[in-house]
Design a protein around this ligand. Structure first.
Ligand code: T3D
Length: 258
């Protein structure tokens, strides 16, 4: 069975982490295939949104800990430089919206991969664990970058040091997520959000993502300049013209992503 399922349907690339007997924890094969599928979704011009979820009861339990104890398994350096860092770099630098539908527990790298996505939706039974310190590791996969920016330094520091499990509702209240959905609505509503994004001005959504990436390092003046630059780019898109004309004609815009 492939460790990653991939399907393109109605402008959305669906990527499913698929090692449910291991709570979708990452081994090398899965990490490399995940990158390949992210690249495929990025390159395919039909795809205007990416939707990531997990098979079975969990979202992802981070690194497969049986692989790190295997003498023939990848080294720690390989795991970070060839598995997790390229995954996080892709998630942040693919200029298409990425929805993460967290269907169950997200631990270690699994939690931080979810938190790097653009719109994070959690099932009411999902949970988030910075599990690293419990096995003597520091949070990787961008966790030390992303988490304090989402929930503040103090809470991030406590969660990373204690490794406490945070419920979906607690995560929502802390600012880690966009929405929590119940069992009945989780799949339909999260796909509806992806569908909405897939029909929006794709280039502009990519520019928004780029500007958010820039905002974590820029000062106000630098950010104003980059907003100016990217507003020119947005204004040059076909979708901007369509958006304005549709507004004036009092009709729903038909965005093509161009
Ligand atoms: O060298 C490096 O490690 C570098 C990379 C670091 C990145 C990281 O992600 S480090 C963090 C690694 N992840 C963890 O430490 C989490 C380990 N898992 C857990 O703590 C628990 O499984 C959960 C809290 C996530 C969920 O608990 P629960 O009770 O819902 O499920 P479970 O019974 O523990 O797990 C179900 C099965 O999945 C079980 O297998 P079994 O006994 O039914 O055959 C369990 O062993 C397996 N599983 C869960 N997590 C992992 C795993 N197998 C391999 N690796 C895992 N990470």
């Amino acid at each position: 069975m492939l460790p990653i399922l991939f399907e393109i349907k109605e402008k959305i690339a669906f990527i499913t982490l698929n090692r449910s007997d291991k709570l979708n924890s990452f081994n090398r094969e899965m990490a490399l295939l995940f990158q390949e599928k992210l690249d495929e979704a990025a390159a395919n011009t039909e795809v205007r949104c990416i939707y990531i979820t997990g098979a079975g009861k969990g979202f992802c339990a981070g690194q497969d800990l049986t692989e790190v104890t295997d003498p023939n398994g990848p080294s720690m350096n390989t795991i970070l430089s060839e598995h997790y860092n390229p995954i996080i770099n892709r998630i942040r630098n693919i200029y298409k919206p990425i929805v993460c539908a967290v269907n169950g527990v997200a631990a270690g790298a699994g939690a931080n991969i979810a938190l790097a996505c653009d719109v994070v939706i959690a099932h009411e039974q999902a949970s988030f664990i910075q599990a690293f310190s419990k096995i003597g590791l520091i949070p990787d996969s961008g966790g030390t970058f992303t988490l304090p920016r989402l929930i503040g330094f103090q809470k991030a520091s406590a969660l990373m040091m204690l490794g406490d499990k945070v419920t979906a509702i607690e995560a929502l209240q802390m600012g880690m997520l966009y929405k929590v959905l119940n069992e009945e609505n989780f799949i339909s509503e999260s796909i509806k959000i992806a569908t909405t994004l897939a029909n929006m001005p794709t280039k502009t959504l990519g520019y928004i993502k780029h500007l958010l990436n820039c905002s974590v390092i820029n000062n106000m003046n630098q950010q104003l300049l980059v907003e100016d630059e990217y507003q020119q780019k947005a204004a040059a898109t076909k979708d901007y013209k369509e958006g304005v004309v549709a507004f004036l004609e009092k009709r729903i815009p038909r965005f093509t992503g161009e």
